[in-house]
Design a protein around this ligand. Structure first.
Ligand SMILES: Cc1cc2nc3c(=O)[nH]c(=O)nc-3n(C[C@H](O)[C@H](O)[C@H](O)COP(=O)(O)OP(=O)(O)OC[C@H]3O[C@@H](n4cnc5c(N)ncnc54)[C@H](O)[C@@H]3O)c2cc1C
Length: 436
């Protein structure tokens, strides 16, 4: 048996779905694996909106990477930030110093895209990390607190309306989940918590540039989601573009070319993503959205020891369509690269190109409705919501006791309590204008 330092060194960048699943799939491989992430936790991003809307505390959806991998002896975990890759030296540049590799798997995911307007991020935070989620939670809850503090006088009506006006930009699954859940927070959870304001009067607007929300779903599912949101009191504006974001709210361009200003204290960005800067690190061209177009075995052109997977990669399915940037795709790619490396290290014949298996589309609209599209199956409504809940609990198996989360969800479902209503960090967003 080879000694530790003689073993091939596999370096994995990112402990999200792709990186973690690749690591776990190589548990029995005779190799040295180093898993590097800028955070010390693995994040279950599909439930981030629950943290942002006070339904779950951060620790219910994120787990220390070291504890997940405690039993896996061939892995070392490094908490550091990737700054670049020197392919000619087979070396990753970290903030804390370089790390050499024999094989490199890059799974650093994606971040928000403001379509060239990065200054908007200050006024319209996106939802990608625990810090983003707690910032959004703070802004939402603080807006209600500020509105409550305004004198009841009529002269304050406009300031109050502005504080109770929430805009979500982007009608994909995350925007739909956020808008529906903020509406429920205002209409049910907070309804009786305040004395001067009626939280049920909050205005929640969802803005989508395409001609329907959930554009990745079937047309009838989009119609169902729009009707379900409207029942919760959410205004849905389609074919409407955001042309500006500021401390005052958003500027909109309507389908007939008009420009409107909307005063809103809380704006949340769920409109676009771009891959982490892997193209810059590797010095290679990227496709739209910053993704790296990979070979059929997920390696990059010209380097058969470097693989890019998950949201950072542009992978084609068997029909030539891009594989979506969703968790099951990243997991499948992580497991696939693990198989490739096992075959190579055991001198077995090369395996067939990556073959994506789509497991369906899922979205929820508040706590009473969801949409499931799975092969020929179409499920909508309350039953779909329960299936969605069960599916997420199943996905959590193996990372953290799902029982605790199940109990918490059931309790919140029955009581509308959203018990994580904590304003943490600075007492309020300084950029939120108080009432004038
Ligand atoms: C709000 C939200 C909701 C979502 N909902 C769903 C859903 O319901 N269903 C679904 O299937 N998918 C959903 N997704 C998409 C899904 O989470 C992603 O497709 C998936 O996480 C991609 O996996 P990945 O491994 O490519 O990247 P990620 O899971 O994003 O992991 C990337 C990792 O790399 C680390 N990293 C990044 N840059 C650096 C660096 N420079 N140095 C060190 N470490 C770095 C990050 O800390 C992170 O841990 C959602 C995403 C978001 C943001």
């Amino acid at each position: 048996m080879a000694s530790g330092s003689d073993l091939p060194h596999i370096v994995i960048l990112g402990a999200g779905f792709g990186g973690l699943f690749a690591t776990q799939a190589m548990a029995r491989l005779e190799a040295r694996i180093t898993l590097i992430d800028r955070h010390n936790y693995h994040l279950f991003q599909p439930l981030l909106y629950q943290v942002a809307t006070a339904g779950l505390p951060p620790s219910d959806i994120s787990w220390p990477i070291r504890s997940i991998l405690r039993q896996q002896r061939n892995v070392s975990v490094v908490m550091d930030e990737v700054l670049g890759v020197e392919t000619s030296q087979q070396r990753v540049v970290l903030r804390g110093g370089p790390v050499d590799y024999d094989f490199l798997i890059i799974a650093t995911g994606a971040r928000h895209s403001y379509f060239g307007h990065n200054d908007w991020s200050h006024f319209a935070p996106g939802l990608k990390s625990i810090d983003d989620a707690t910032l959004i939670r703070r802004r939402i809850l603080h807006a209600f607190e500020q509105a409550e503090m305004l004198p009841r006088h009529d002269s304050q009506a406009q300031a109050r309306e502005r504080l109770l006006h929430f805009v979500v930009v982007g009608g994909g699954p995350t925007g739909v989940e956020l808008a529906g859940t903020i509406a429920e927070l205002a209409r049910f959870t907070l309804a009786r918590d305040f004395r001067r304001i009626d939280p049920r009067s909050a205005r929640i607007v969802l803005i989508e540039a395409a001609d329907r929300i959930l554009p990745g779903f079937e047309v009838s599912s989009s119609g169902y989601a729009q009707a379900a949101l409207q029942r919760l009191g959410v205004e849905v504006l389609t074919r409407t573009r955001v042309s500006g974001c500021s401390v005052d709210g958003v500027e909109l361009e309507t389908p007939d070319g008009q420009r409107l200003s909307t005063d809103a204290a809380t704006v949340i960005w769920a409109a676009g993503v771009e891959a982490s800067p892997v193209g810059r690190w590797l010095g290679i061209a990227t496709t739209a959205g910053g993704r790296i177009a990979v070979n059929g075995d997920l390696s990059i052109p010209g380097h058969d020891t470097i693989f890019v997977i998950g949201d950072a990669a542009l992978v084609k399915d068997q029909h030539g369509s891009p594989v979506p940037g969703i968790a099951p795709a990243a997991k499948q790619q992580g497991r696939y690269v693990a198989r490739i490396l096992k075959a190579r290290l055991h001198h077995r014949p090369a395996i067939a190109p990556f073959n994506y298996r789509h497991q369906g589309n899922l979205a929820t609209i508040g706590r009473g409705a969801a949409i499931i599209e799975y092969r020929g199956l179409r499920l909508r409504g309350r039953l779909a919501w329960w299936v969605w809940g069960a599916a997420h609990i199943y996905f959590l198996l193996g990372v953290r006791s799902p029982l605790l989360i199940t109990i918490r969800w059931l309790w919140e479902y029955l009581s509308y309590s959203r018990g994580a209503r904590l304003i943490t960090g600075t007492t309020g967003p300084p950029e939120n204008k108080p009432g004038s």
